[in-house]
Design a protein around this ligand. Structure first.
Ligand code: DGL
Length: 271
């Protein structure tokens, strides 16, 4: 069987994409992985579409310099604005998180009354709203920009009075809308899950796409015979464009373990 030991490149505006990294590492433990978090320019969610596309291209170029075989844009904001451009301009396959997010949502909803919780830039791209309307013209969609959730996650205030208050501020208007599903369409939002759950009615399903995203990549690699068949321990390289120490500290909350740069198969670098 053909095999390809080149790494998979995973990119996010910061640490949040480690949720996708973690799922890929769990499902494909033999794959070499390179992660890049653009911590110097986070948040992307309040930037202009042009800036988001430009930053995403630059980050993709950095990962391409690591000879990756496939690129995953694990950031919803970057996927919303830059995925088609990167798919057209790069010579390797590029996956994003929007399509799996949309598919998770459509699988979960029964009533087609749904909420999309995301950054301001993701909501204003209308990418989720358009996909849902194409599949289900009668859907009732509540797109809610929740930019402060990113700051709360970055400050590790996941379970705090501040998180509850801000969740209430953003999500209270949803309480009477009889939604059955809410999509966490931002890499940081799974960390705020408890505050979000407390605010939404109990029967609302809260979903996130990291696991489906990893499954789709695995299926693609298998179908294209691009999986890594080497039996050696895979390498996991992590790069951040700023605040190294902070990146590693925060990484612990997204991964189930800390990044240990002294481990022989782990590299923590600085772009
Ligand atoms: N990674 C971004 C996303 O998933 C969230 C943080 C940001 O605003 O950059 O949309």
């Amino acid at each position: 069987m053909a095999h390809d030991e080149r790494p998979i490149g995973i990119f996010d505006s910061g640490v949040g994409g480690l949720t996708v990294f973690q799922e890929i590492a769990r499902l494909m433990p033999q794959e070499n992985l390179v992660y890049f978090g653009d911590t110097a320019r986070l948040p992307y969610g309040n930037k202009s579409p042009d800036a988001i596309v430009q930053y995403t291209m630059e980050c993709a170029r950095f990962l391409l310099s690591h000879n990756i075989k496939l690129l995953v844009i694990a950031c919803h904001t970057a996927s919303s604005h830059a995925l088609p451009i990167l798919q057209q301009s790069l010579s390797i396959p590029v996956f994003g998180v929007v399509q799996p997010g949309f598919e998770c949502l459509m699988q979960a909803t029964r009533t087609h009354r749904v909420a999309i919780l995301a950054t301001t830039a993701t909501i204003s791209s209308s990418v989720y709203q358009n996909l849902i309307r194409q599949r289900c013209p009668d859907a009732v969609i509540f797109p809610i920009a929740c930019p402060l959730f990113v700051a709360l996650a970055e400050e590790q205030l996941f379970e705090s009075a501040a998180a509850d208050l801000i969740a209430e501020h953003y999500l209270q208007p949803l309480q009477a809308e009889r939604i059955d599903t809410a999509l966490l369409a931002c890499t940081h939002f799974p960390l705020l899950r408890k505050a979000i759950e407390k605010t939404l009615p109990q029967n609302v399903k809260i979903i996130e796409p990291a696991s489906l995203c990893a499954q789709q990549i695995q299926e693609f690699l298998c179908a294209s015979q691009l999986t890594n068949q080497q039996s050696s321990v895979p390498t996991h390289h992590f790069f951040a464009s700023d605040h190294h120490v902070r990146f590693s500290t925060l990484a612990k909350t997204f991964l189930s373990h800390s990044i240990n740069p002294s481990s022989p198969n782990v590299v923590l670098g600085f772009q």
